[in-house]
Write a protein that binds this ligand. Structure first.
Ligand SMILES: Cc1ncc(COP(=O)(O)O)c(C=O)c1O
Length: 357
């Protein structure tokens, strides 16, 4: 394999690292704005209306981050002292600063599921019995695609079944759909269809869709009216936020159309990484833009591999000492992927070092 070009930088740490396009920057500079706390920002209003239309819902609200969107939804759906069921590696449980406890006064009832996809059979056994001395299950929250399980897409039937049975039991279901457009691109279904049975959906503009800032929460009119109250309470009333919505609108309209490129790039990397004997990865399971793979066979931990990749111009991230994650996005080309693979090859096999690396 050719020695890697060290002058180049490829950032596969996350799809959150993208820079706004020239078109987004222009739209931001020219955005029509007003005070969004008064409901007077035309760009924000347009973005919220488009998000609601695309998801086939009554209403939507712009929030600064996916974390705020998820936590507002959890607050609305639950009461203090309840449990929230989610997958063990879920974002709301592991990466949202225990706000579920802090802000909503709930605890997580985590359930592990292969590929991150819970089933009703798995959930049913963990719903609290309806007796007064047990904390009650207030909410089920699913994640599609599932980030830490490797960008996996929820089997539609499993998600629909969970929603149907949960609703029969009087339990609402929230979707952390930070990357729901990736799930739609991979499954060939619309986001409206994938998400129609959920009580609320959060999705991010600032990940694969490429906006610099922002996420959306969609749901019923009543739910979004409540969300507006909690967004303000959390300090998320942002005044002339139309400068952000202008980029968000471009991300929403144009971003989904190119996600298949990121998926093809991730597949390409997976098929190359499996050729490195010290790495463990099932390329057939790579469905979207995220690769999670085991590096324990290299004899190094992820901090060492990350450092060595960094020396070769590849920014990557460990998710545990034994596992790493690569994420493709609009600022990573096929050529960049090839560069990351060469670097990984060099780090794992030592190939190329004799030539002076
Ligand atoms: C699955 C998932 N949900 C929610 C979030 C939170 O988004 P934000 O970083 O905008 O708070 C992320 C961020 O990486 C995520 O991966």
């Amino acid at each position: 394999m050719a020695e890697v070009d060290k002058r180049r930088t490829v950032d596969v740490r996350s799809d959150t690292v993208t820079r706004p396009t020239a078109e987004m920057r222009r739209a931001m500079a020219e955005a029509e704005v007003g005070d969004d706390v008064y409901g007077e920002d035309p760009s924000i209003n347009r973005l919220e209306q488009r998000a609601a239309e695309i998801f086939g819902r009554d209403a939507a609200i712009f929030v600064p981050t996916g974390t705020m969107g998820n936590q507002i939804a959890i607050k609305i759906h639950t009461r203090p002292g309840q449990e929230v069921i989610c997958e063990e590696r879920g974002h709301i449980y592991n990466y949202e600063m225990a706000m579920l406890a802090h802000f909503s006064g709930c605890v997580v009832r985590p359930i592990y599921a292969e590929d991150g996809a819970l089933t009703w059979t798995g959930i049913k056994k963990r719903i609290a019995p309806g007796i007064y001395y047990r904390a009650q299950t207030g909410l089920i929250s699913l994640e599609n695609t599932h980030n830490m399980a490797g960008g996996t897409v929820y089997p539609q039937q499993a998600a629909d079944e969970i929603c149907d049975h949960a609703h029969e039991a009087g339990i609402p279901v929230h979707l952390d759909g930070a990357r729901i457009f990736n799930a739609a691109a991979a499954s060939g279904r619309s986001v409206a269809e994938i998400t129609k049975k959920f009580d609320s959906v959060m999705f991010c503009l600032s990940k694969g869709l490429g906006a610099p800032v922002g996420s959306m929460l969609v749901g019923s009119r009543k739910f979004i009216d409540m969300a507006r109250i909690y967004r303000k309470a959390l300090g998320g009333g942002m005044r002339q936020a139309g400068v952000l919505a202008a980029a968000g609108l471009i991300a929403l309209e144009k971003g989904p159309k190119r996600l298949h490129e990121d998926h093809a790039n991730a597949k390409f990397m997976a098929e190359e990484l499996v050729k490195i004997p010290s790495l463990k990865l099932d390329a057939a399971k790579v469905q979207t833009n995220i690769l999670v793979f085991d590096i324990s066979g290299t004899g190094m931990d992820s901090a060492a591999v990350t450092r060595k990749l960094g020396e070769r111009g590849v920014l990557a991230a460990g998710i545990s000492p034994e596992a790493m994650r690569f994420v493709t996005h609009m600022d990573v080309s096929r050529d960049d992927c090839a560069h990351a693979i060469s670097a990984m090859h060099e780090v794992c096999t030592g190939a190329g070092r004799a030539a002076g690396s």
